[in-house]
Structure formats: structure tokens, C-alpha cells
Design a protein around this ligand. Structure first.
Ligand code: NAP
Length: 261
């Protein structure tokens, strides 16, 4: 039996990450389910992954901590000494929303450490491992490792009360471009997914605002996005459906990015 491909999904206990983990499980992946605090949610995700035909393990690791990132990578390698897919998904909203004229550095540093610096250096560590894998299996039946980063429509949409969040997501766009350019010669493709407004705990606090925007048709497909919508996009990448594309940005946003007159 072909061994299961191994995926790390950061922030997989809840929300979008959980949707991605389950979609990968449907492709029979072994999913390394990373979380930061919520063990119960991580265990729920593991049950869903197993029920969907995959397998997995939960790993508590704060993505902003170098020690924790090393633990996450080591755990993934302990499964089958390979990483076939990295999904950078973990992210946080600002602890308090503040106008760009008032926001302080404490909030900025925390958010950038989790949303941008963490994924950047996790990608670096995993990319080094993926290069080794590619070199070791040269000439064999090659499975191309891949990297996917979940950014946001906030990568290009200015929300003046959460500049730190927008900057972190814009930075993830460059993370994708940098690693796509660097890793292409190894056959490692790198992608960015920009979700629009997705129904998760993160958006629950501003549910009324987004309900009203849906009614107004602010994005053409007039509904909330679901974690499964993002999961399906990651699954199509994981299947290897885009072999001649790298650095590509997938908008999973109900058409929010369209300009209309
Ligand atoms: P969520 O429901 O708040 O879930 C966040 C996930 O990230 C949880 O699994 C959480 O683990 C984990 N996490 C938080 N801080 C972490 C850290 N320091 N280290 C490791 N894991 C950490 O968020 P979501 O809405 O699913 O968002 C997931 C990603 O999509 C984020 O990057 C977010 O910016 C992005 N996004 C969301 C939307 C949206 O509308 N929801 C739109 C565009 C982009 P615990 O369960 O242990 O807390």
C-alpha cells in the first residue's frame, strides 16, 4: 500500500485550518494538526480527519516560537521522514482593533510574529527538508512537495483599524513570491490562497457587520464563505492539478476582488 502523504497544517484545530485538514483527509493524507491552546478542538479535528479517510496527530506549537516550530517539523518527520505539503494557515486577528494613527507596537509585534514571521521561518525550515527529499529521490517516482499559504483579501484591502493584520497578509504575498521563485528548480511549487469572509470563530465577533455586507452585495456571491471552500482549493492543489503554476494566487472570496461599475 502506498504510504500516506504527510501534510503539516498550522492552526488546524478550528475554522479554516480544520476545513483544510478534513479536505486533505479525503485525499488520504496524514495530517499534522497544529494548534496553540485548544486541545479539545484539535482532538475533534483529528476525529474528523480519521472519519474522512485520513490519519493524523495533534501538535501543540506556537507558530511564533522557534522552539515550537522545530518541534512541529520534527513531529512531522517522525511520521515517515518526509513532508509532502505545508499549509501555513495559523493566524490571529489583532487583540484590539485600533486606528492606524493610534495603534501601538505591542499589538503589532505580537501579530506580526504569529501571522508573518512564524510562517516565514516555518516555510524556510520545511523548504530545506523538502529540497533534501527531492534530492534523495532523484530519478525515483517523484512526488513533488508543495507549500500553500493562507493570506486574505486583507493582503490588498486597507482596513484602517487593523493595519497590523493587513500588513501581515500583504507580507505573506511576498513570502509566496520569494519561495516560489527560490524553490521552482527543485520542482516544489508554492501557492497563496486569499480567502474572503469565512464563517469561523475569528469572524464571529463581527458577524452582524458581514451579514449586512452580504445583503448589500459587497461581494458578488452573496453568502458567507465556509472553511470547506478553502479546504477544496487546498485539496485541488494537493492533488497536483497546477504543475505549471507557481507563485499563483487563488481568490476564494465570492468574487470580492472584482472591480465592478
Ligand atoms: P480561527 O477560527 O480563529 O482559528 C485560528 C486557528 O489558528 C486555531 O486553530 C488556533 O489554535 C490557531 N492559532 C492561533 N494562534 C496560533 C499560534 N500562535 N500558533 C499556532 N496556531 C495558532 O481563525 P480562522 O478564521 O480559521 O483563520 C485561519 C487563517 O485564515 C488565519 O490566518 C486568518 O488570518 C485567515 N483568514 C481568515 C478569514 C476569515 O474570514 N475567517 C479570511 C481570510 C483569511 P487554537 O484552537 O489552539 O486557538
Amino acid at each position: 500500500m502506498t504510504p500516506r502523504p504527510v501534510a503539516i497544517v498550522s492552526g488546524a484545530s478550528r475554522g479554516i485550518g480544520r476545513g483544510i485538514a478534513v479536505a486533505l483527509a479525503q485525499l488520504h493524507y496524514f495530517v499534522v494538526i497544529n494548534y496553540s491552546d485548544n486541545l479539545e478542538a484539535a482532538n475533534q479535528c483529528l476525529s474528523l480527519v480519521r472519519a474522512a479517510g485520513g490519519d493524523g496527530v495533534t501538535v501543540r506549537a506556537d507558530i511564533s516560537s522557534p522552539v515550537d516550530r522545530a518541534l512541529l517539523v520534527a513531529t512531522a518527520l517522525g511520521i515517515a521522514n518526509r513532508i509532502d505539503l505545508l499549509v501555513n494557515n495559523a493566524g490571529v486577528a489583532p487583540s484590539t482593533r485600533a486606528d492606524v494613527l493610534d495603534a501601538d507596537e505591542t499589538s503589532f509585534d505580537r501579530l506580526i510574529d504569529i501571522n508573518l514571521k512564524g510562517p516565514y521561518f516555518l516555510t524556510q525550515a520545511v523548504a530545506r527538508q523538502m529540497i533534501l527529499q527531492v534530492q534523495q529521490q532523484a530519478g525515483a517516482d517523484l512526488r513533488h512537495p508543495q507549500i500553500v499559504t493562507i493570506s486574505s483579501i486583507s493582503a490588498y484591502t486597507a482596513s484602517i483599524n487593523r493595519g497590523d493584520y493587513c500588513i501581515s497578509k500583504a507580507g505573506l504575498g511576498m513570502l509566496t513570491a520569494l519561495f516560489a521563485a527560490r524553490l521552482a528548480k527543485y520542482g516544489i511549487n508554492v501557492y497563496e490562497i486569499r480567502p474572503g469572509i469565512i464563517a469561523t470563530d475569528m469572524t464571529d465577533a463581527v458577524k452582524d457587520k458581514y451579514d449586512a455586507m452580504i445583503d448589500q452585495g459587497v461581494w458578488p456571491i452573496q453568502r458567507w464563505g465556509l472553511p470547506e471552500d478553502v479546504g477544496r482549493a487546498v485539496a485541488s492543489i494537493a492533488r497536483g492539478d497546477f504543475p505549471f503554476s507557481t507563485g499563483e494566487v487563488f481568490n476564494v472570496d465570492g468574487g470580492f476582488h472584482l472591480r465592478t461599475l
